[in-house]
Design a protein around this ligand. Structure first.
Ligand code: SF4
Length: 233
């Protein structure tokens, strides 16, 4: 009985996609795809992640918890779909999406949930920061803004209407935010993608993308590149 490395293109393609998912978080590989989530945070960090291929090393407890909660939500819906939805409803979880830029670059993402003409991001309210205040009172520089930008981008790419469901675990209920679709905002995201690409190009030339900065004041506190940025201040 002989074994050999397979020449079957279909299974080789599947294997490559799985490997890319594991190591780069998308099916395309590391060099030329920018996760949409990067566009709402520090663009320098995004350029570093792409250049060093470090995305898969960033695992925070909150991210892992968020993933578990998403899986729980998905299971809850799937197990009860026939009670929740009309028979002809179309729903899908973890919907892959991508948008082509030039020179082989793409922005990519995964929408939490689509249901007919809606794309829905599921968020779990962070009580340390939002405790005791209403969603309307959330300040402008809060991360919720980033979520709104992301779901707006998903909506443009998938041609759907954007919503955010915030699960309030204090009151055990969802608050549903309907997001107004904003084309200008989507193109601002594309401009940010171009800045990240410029940053990666600078890194490839041995330069530091000094003009790229963090967006939120807390970002550097949790960043794996803090020592590098501090040294260059
Ligand atoms: S340390 Fe701050 S400025 Fe530097 S890459 Fe991280 S978040 Fe961005």
């Amino acid at each position: 009985m002989k074994i050999k490395e397979t020449e079957d293109e279909e299974i080789k393609d599947l294997s490559e996609k799985l490997s890319n998912l594991l190591f780069h978080g998308n099916t395309n590989g590391k060099k030329n795809t920018i996760p949409i989530t990067y566009l709402s945070f520090c663009l320098r960090k995004a350029a570093f992640n792409l250049y060093f291929g470090t995305r898969s090393f960033e695992r925070y407890p909150k991210v892992a918890l968020g993933e578990m909660l998403h899986l729980g939500f998905q299971k809850l819906i799937e197990n009860n779909a026939r009670y929740i939805f009309q028979e002809d409803s179309k729903f899908e979880f973890e919907v892959p999406l991508e948008y082509e830029l030039e020179n082989g670059w793409k922005i990519t993402g995964r929408a939490d949930f689509t249901w007919n003409n809606k794309v829905i991001e599921l968020k779990f309210k962070d009580f340390d920061r939002f405790s005791g205040i209403d969603l309307d009172e959330i300040p402008d520089d809060e991360v919720l803004k980033a979520y709104i930008e992301q779901v707006n981008a998903y909506a443009f790419i998938l041609d759907k209407e954007p919503y955010i469901w915030v699960f309030d675990n204090r009151e055990m209920k969802f608050k549903i935010l309907e997001v107004e679709k904003d084309e200008e905002q989507f193109y601002k995201m594309i401009q940010k993608a171009h800045k990240i690409i410029d940053g990666v190009e600078q890194l490839r030339e041995g330069k530091f993308p000094i003009e790229l900065k963090q967006r939120f004041s807390w970002e550097c506190n949790y960043c794996i590149y803090r020592a590098i940025c501090n040294a260059l201040k």
